[in-house]
Write a protein that binds this ligand. Sequence first.
Ligand code: PEP
Length: 250
Amino acid sequence: MARQFFVGGNFKLNPSSLQASTSLIETLNNANLDPKTEVVIAPPALYVIPVQQIVRKDVKVAAQNCYFKESGAFTGEISPKQLVDAGIPYVILGHSERRTLFHEDSALVATKTRSAIDAGLKVIFCIGETLEQRESGKTAEVCEEQLKAFVGVSKEVDWSKIVIAYEPVWAIGTGKVATSAQAQETHADIRAYLVKAVSPAVASSVQILYGGSVTAANCKELAQQPDVDGFLVGGASLKPEFVDIINARK
Ligand code: PEP
């Protein structure tokens, strides 16, 4: 079965007021979006519920992070169960900013992913290499290592609850987008790893998004690659061009 095109908008710690978030949502609400694209937006945690209340129903809302515990003495955290209770269907986990700035290692990301899926969330699971790793030919190895931690705790997991986002760290927020050939090669390597480590059926059905400086200008070529099933978009998701990215295959 063909994989559905998927575009996520990661607002990160933006914008800095609810009013500004509201005007972003109004742009989306009034736009002509390709009905074949699944669209998910991830506002900052504080705005997840108000955004969900005003956004059009065909656009889903994600949290940008969550913890693996259900409740307890974990100051500052949000639990998967609370997200499900609030009607939030998705969470982004393993974003490179979480891995580097907040020291989340692959084992923690894997535990969080397992716990989020078990609670009923869908997970946008981010992986990707640094520039140094790419230049030393380690891209596939790094992606594998990041996935392997999850595969190790994923027995009997429902892979339809996972979307993989391949986001080379050197391309995130830098304006340096991967070429369509680089994205395609790494996405194909990720699928090849999943064939071995999980199953051919999962490898061919899981959606793999590309993320890293995607814009209206570069999205169409990337979207033509056979193993690129959509995008995770940071900076451009805060701009009107997000609509063009959603419509990249239109
Ligand atoms: C991201 O943070 O997930 C991202 C891809 O950012 P940007 O599009 O700004 O590079």
